[in-house]
Design a protein around this ligand. Structure first.
Ligand code: FAD
Length: 480
C-alpha cells in the first residue's frame, strides 16, 4: 500500500485529499493522511451564522469564470447550494473625500469600454479622460519584461487611474500593493492583451464583443449557507481517522531506501508531528509559501529561498450586522473601495445583503469591512474593540452611518494572502525546476498560480495527481 501525506487542511489540502479519495475509491492501492496545525479544517475559509446572517471570516465567494470550485461543489453534492451574485445590483463606489463616486458603467478592471459613462464620470479628471482616448488611438509600446501593475496602468492611463482604481481594487482583492504586484502574474490576460493589441481599450472592446456571444453568468458564485459548506462536505467524504487536527508538521526529512547490492529500495519521506514520526512515499505541501519554505529549508536551500521570496500579507475583516429599525441610507450596490490617497484604515466594504440573495434575512443589513493588507499591517495587533471603533468612525464619515450594529465579528487572517511580486513567474519556474529534483514532493496553495479559491483547488488537484504519478511509477518500478 502506497502512502501519501497532505500537509495543511485549507481548501488546497482538502481538494488534494478529495482527489486522492476518488483515486482510492476507483481502486488505487493508496492510503493518505492529512495533517492540519489548527483545530479545524478549512484554513482561511470559515463561515458562521449570526442572527440569521452568514458571516465569512475569509473568502465569501469565487469567480464564476474559473470552473474548478463550482465543479468540486457539484462533485461533493453541493450543486443545489450554489448561488450567483446579484449582478443586477452590482455597482462599486470609490471613496473620494467624503463622497462615494460610482465606477462608471462599462469599466473592465481599469479599462473603459463605454465612452459616455466614462466621459461623464466625476471620478476622473479631464486630463485622465484625454489620456484614455489617447490610449485607444495611440497606444504605448508593449512592455518587454515584467513590470508592476501600477507601472503598466500608468503607461496606458496615467497616475490617477493607479490611485483611484487599480490600487484600491488590488488592495481590496489581494490586500496587495499595485506598485509591487507583477502584471504578468496577477493580470496575465492584460499582459497578453497588451502584446496582441497594444491598446488595452481595443483589446477589452474585442473581449466584450466575444463575451456578448457567450451565455451570461454571474460574476461571483458562492454557497447558500457559506463557504464552509464546501469544507464540511469534503470532510464528510474523507475517512475521519486519516484527518489529523492540531497536528502541526514540525519537520520533514528524506529517507534513503535500503541498498540491496546494486538495487535500492525506493526512498520515502518522514513527517514529524506532535503525534510522532510517520513514513510516506509522497508528500503534498498545501501550506502558505513561508510554511513550505521552512520545512524544505534543510532539504533544498535554494527551493526554500525561492519560496520565502513570495511574501504574504495579513487581512482583517470587521463584519457588522444591523437591524433596519430606522433607515440606514446605504447607497445601492455591492459596496465601496478606499484609495490609499484617502489615508484611511478601511480598504473596502462589501454590502453583503446586496451582493447575494438569501444570506442576510429580510429587515437586516450586513456590512463587511476590510482592513490591514500591505497598507496597514500594524492594525493586526489592535484589539477587536479598537478595530470596531475605527471602522464605525470611518463608516460614519464615509456613509453618514450613525446607527450602532446589533452584532460585530472581527476576524484576522495572518500572513495568508500570497503577493505575486514582479518576477513571480520566473520564481515559480525556479521552484518547479528544484521540485523536479525532489520526486515525491508536490506543492499546492495560493503561492503559485493564483490566490483565489478555484486556483487553490486546482493546485490541490494537480499536486494529488503528481503524487499519484510518483507512487504509481514506484509500484511499476517495484514490479519490474
Ligand atoms: C480575508 C480573505 C478574503 C478572501 N476572499 C476571497 C474571495 O472572496 N474569493 C476567492 O476566491 N479567494 C479569496 N481569498 C483567497 C483564498 O481564500 C485563499 O487564497 C485560499 O483559501 C487559500 O487556501 P490554501 O489552502 O492555499 O491556504 P490556507 O487556507 O491558508 O490553508 C493552509 C493551512 O495550512 C495549515 N498549516 C500551516 N502550517 C502548517 C504546518 N506546519 N503543519 C500543518 N498545517 C499547517 C494552516 O493552519 C492552514 O489551515 C481570500 C482570503 C482571505 C484571507
Amino acid at each position: 500500500m502506497k502512502r501519501i501525506a497532505i500537509l495543511g487542511g485549507g481548501i488546497a489540502g482538502l481538494s488534494a485529499a478529495w482527489t486522492l479519495e476518488k483515486a482510492r475509491r476507483a481502486g488505487q492501492e493508496i492510503e493518505y493522511r492529512l495533517y492540519e496545525a489548527a483545530g479545524r479544517l478549512g484554513g482561511v475559509i470559515a463561515s458562521e451564522t449570526v442572527d440569521g446572517c452568514v458571516v465569512e471570516a475569509g473568502p465569501d465567494s469565487f469567480l464564476t469564470e474559473k470552473p474548478a470550485a463550482a465543479q468540486l461543489c457539484r462533485e461533493i453534492g453541493l450543486g443545489d447550494e450554489l448561488i450567483g451574485s446579484n449582478d443586477a445590483e452590482r455597482k462599486t463606489h470609490i471613496v473620494v473625500g467624503k463622497r462615494l463616486i460610482p465606477l462608471p458603467d462599462g469599466l473592465m478592471f481599469m479599462v473603459p469600454t463605454k465612452l459616455v459613462p466614462t466621459a461623464l464620470s466625476p471620478l476622473f479628471s479631464l486630463r485622465t479622460k484625454l489620456q484614455m482616448a489617447r490610449e485607444f488611438l495611440f497606444p504605448p509600446e508593449p512592455a518587454t519584461s515584467d513590470e508592476s501593475v501600477a507601472e503598466m496602468t500608468r503607461r496606458h492611463f496615467g497616475q490617477e487611474i493607479v490611485d483611484r482604481l487599480v490600487s484600491p481594487l488590488l488592495a481590496g482583492v489581494y490586500g496587495g500593493d499595485a506598485g509591487q504586484l507583477s502584471v504578468r502574474a496577477v493580470l496575465a490576460r492584460m499582459a497578453q492583451m497588451e502584446q496582441k493589441h497594444r491598446s488595452l481599450t481595443r483589446a477589452m472592446l474585442a473581449a466584450r464583443r466575444q463575451r456578448a456571444k457567450a451565455p451570461a453568468q454571474p460574476l461571483f458564485t458562492t454557497l447558500r449557507g457559506g463557504m464552509s459548506q464546501m469544507v464540511d462536505a469534503i470532510a464528510m467524504q474523507l475517512p475521519p481517522e486519516w484527518m489529523h487536527l492540531s497536528a502541526e508538521v514540525y519537520a520533514i526529512d528524506r529517507v534513503e531506501g535500503a541498498a540491496h547490492g546494486a538495487r535500492r529500495d525506493p526512498a520515502g519521506w518522514m513527517v514529524e508531528t506532535p503525534f510522532g514520526k510517520e513514513l510516506f512515499d509522497a508528500l503534498i505541501l498545501a501550506l502558505p509559501a513561508w510554511g513550505s519554505a521552512s520545512l524544505l529549508r534543510p532539504i533544498d536551500h535554494p527551493l526554500a529561498e525561492a519560496l520565502s521570496g513570495v511574501p504574504c500579507t495579513s487581512s482583517i475583516t470587521v463584519t457588522l450586522g444591523y437591524e433596519i429599525g430606522r433607515p440606514l441610507n446605504l447607497p445601492p450596490g455591492f459596496g465601496f473601495l478606499v484609495p490609499a490617497t484617502e489615508q484611511r484604515a478601511l480598504l473596502a466594504c462589501t454590502f453583503v445583503h446586496a451582493k447575494f440573495a438569501g444570506r442576510v434575512p429580510e429587515g437586516k443589513r450586513l456590512l463587511r469591512c476590510f482592513l490591514g493588507g500591505a497598507r496597514h499591517d500594524e492594525l493586526l495587533d489592535e484589539s477587536d474593540a479598537r478595530l470596531t471603533v475605527i471602522v464605525l468612525k470611518e463608516l460614519e464619515q464615509i456613509l453618514g452611518l450613525k446607527a450602532l450594529p446589533s452584532f460585530v465579528r472581527v476576524c484576522r487572517s495572518r500572513q495568508a494572502m500570497a503577493q505575486y511580486g514582479v518576477g513571480h513567474l520566473e520564481r515559480i519556474q525556479l521552484v518547479r525546476d528544484r521540485l523536479a529534483e525532489l520526486p515525491g514532493i508536490a506543492l499546492a496553495g495560493n503561492a503559485y498560480q493564483g490566490i483565489g479559491v478555484p486556483d487553490c483547488i486546482r493546485t490541490g488537484q494537480e499536486a494529488a495527481e503528481s503524487a499519484l504519478r510518483v507512487v504509481n511509477a514506484a509500484v511499476g518500478a517495484g514490479m519490474r
